[in-house]
Every structure is written in C-alpha cells, then in structure tokens.
Design a protein around this ligand. Sequence first.
Ligand code: P1T
Length: 388
Amino acid sequence: MNSFNKNKLGFETRAIHVGQEPDPTTGAVMTPIYLTSTYVQESPGQHKGYEYSRTKNPTRYAYEQCLASLENGKYGFAFASGCSATTVALHLLSAGDEVIAGDDMYGGTFRLFDKVLSRHGIQFNYVDMTSVESVQRLISKKTKMIWLETPTNPTLKIFDIEKISALAKNTHILLAVDNTFMSPYFQRPLDLGADMVVHSTTKYINGHSDVVGGAIVTRSDELAERLGFLSNSLGPIASPMDSYLALRSLKTLSLRMKAHQQNAFSVVHFLKDHAKIEKVIYPGLESHPQFAIAKKQMHGFGGMISMYVKGGMPQAKKFLEKVRLFSLAESLGGVESLIGHPASMTHASIPIELRKKLGIDDNLIRLSVGIETDSDLIADLQQALEHI
Ligand code: P1T
C-alpha cells in the first residue's frame, strides 16, 4: 500500500488504510498504542522522526493523518477535547482581533469565547449567519476569523459555508467550521472553502461515548505550521489510548453515519405529526427553513433531531424522566441514543435572554439518535410521550 497515493481512494478505504501501515518492527496490522513519552536519539537531534510525545506520537500521528484525509485536508491535529481544539484554533489570533461567530453554538464554546478568550482581548460578535449580509455588515479591519457550527447546536440552523467562505476569502479572514454534527462523512467544509475544520471527536468521530477528544484539520501549509507550533506550545494533545480508540472508530464512521441517519428519518417521521409535539427540527425535512442549503452542502442529514414538546418545563421534564432506551445525558454522536434538555444541560452557560432569543426554550429537547433498532427507539419515545 506504500507505493500509491491513498488519498485518491474512496472514503471507506481511506478510513481503514490512511496513516495505518503495518508496524515496521513487528508487522502488526493494527496501529499499536505507543505508550511512550519519549524516544531514544542516536546522537543529539538524530532520531526516527519522534522526540517527545507532546510534539508527535506514532498512534496520534496515524489518527491525525487518517482524519485529515477524510476531511479532504492535508494536516490533522488531535487534542484532548473539542474545547481544547477550539482553544488552540483561537490562539491563532492576538489581543485586539475580532471574531464573527454564529449566534447558535455549543454552550461550552460560547462560554470559552465569552468568559475566557474575551478576557484576553479577543472580541466576539455573534450573528445569525442564515443572513450572509448580516455577516458581511460585521466585517471590520479587525476581523480575523469567522467561526461557525453548521448544523448549529442545538437548533440545527444551517449556514451556507460556500457563501460565507467567499466573504472570508475576499477579506483575508480565516473561516473555521465546527463540523462535529455532520462528521466528514456527511459534510466536508474544506471543499466548500473553509480554512479549518474543527471537531469535538467525542461525538461521531469516536462514536462510542468512551473518549473525550477534539481535532483540527487544514489544507494550508502555513496554518498547519502555526497550528503545530500552538499544539506543541499549549500542549493539550490527545493521548495515545484515545487516539487509538478514535482511529479504530474511524474505520466504521461511514457505516455508523448511514445508520444514524436512517434511524433519524424513522424517528422524525414518527414525531413530526405526533399530538404531543409542537415542532420537529431536522435538516432533512423539506420544511426546514434552510433545507435547500442543507441539500446543497451536505451529503446527508445526520442523526441529530431537535423538537419542542407541547407545554413547558414540567412536560419536558416528565417526558425526559420516562424514556428508557434513550439515556438522558449530555453529549451526542454515540452508537447509543441520547436525549438532552439544552436549556438546563448543554446550553445552561448561555444567558437566559440569549437562550430565549435563539429558541433554546424549556420545552426544547435534543435527540442524538443511535443505531439501535428503529422501532424500539420509536416505541420508547411513544411510551414516554404518553406521560405528558
Ligand atoms: O466536549 P468537547 O469534546 O470538549 O467538545 C466541545 C464541543 C464542540 N463543538 C460542538 C459542536 C459540540 O457539540 C461540543 C460538545 N458538545 C456537547 C457536549 C453537547 O452535548 O452538545
């Protein structure tokens, strides 16, 4: 497999082979977990490409190469969490710089921007990017980065990556897209003009709810140089064990994403006309306000659904207490179905007035549809809805 360009192969083949040569010392077909912090040198500075594991580790490097390939990128960087990936990406900026950020995003990312990075002199301007003109209006000489999630967490708005990237390109602003909800199987932001893709690999990339991790992928040699420097200097890298697990998970990413989506459609069809449900949000529904953009820029619609139950907090709470197969838990993207209450869980760090403006109301419930038997998931939701 050494002698040809693996990056020309299909997605599924790359997921299984890129970065994953048989181990040169033993012939082991599976990438070993290199539990070593350091590497012997023959003479000062003379080594086999590895000096110290914060800088580079063979298991992490295999995983970074594979993930980079799946995003149609050139360089990957793996971190200890999605938040640490975001932290490293934002360290490309300096005090006095401005970021235009999507108005709806994971509560922890908002907290990092609002409560931590803004104290270090970076200014964040939030905007609903479904209006590209609104993004344009916010651009100033100080704008150095546009940051967005699409679909957004938790209201699943879709932002037009290609149109926003055109704005960024015209003005030399970096465009960073958090691709956590789609994974590279369903959306490849670099192909649409983004400079960087960011992931919470805790979610679909690892997919089994047993790792907390993050990643950044880019095609740019210059950005890669700077990100590598920041990763090594700040130091929040992924461990060899977590890298191994995430690499192993990439092998089944395509199968899992297809199954997540198929089950999501079954669940959406059950929920959308249910008497106890006020509204269902899913990018694959033609009634979704940005369905046309979703169809254009995504290769599928994913496994995340948001919905408003009829009533308020008491009804939402009752329903959430009664589910049996869905686990009431933070996070998403695992093979098992999870259900969450954004207002009190994942998005509690967003001020209440802002939550209200975004539609993160007390009756909003977010479902991460797993890959169990779809009829079992529907039966579970059905019995829990009966308690409302
Ligand atoms: O949790 P961590 O791996 O640090 O990733 C942060 C993060 C970044 N970006 C998006 C889009 C995310 O959804 C997350 C984490 N989100 C949850 C824990 C959640 O339940 O929404």
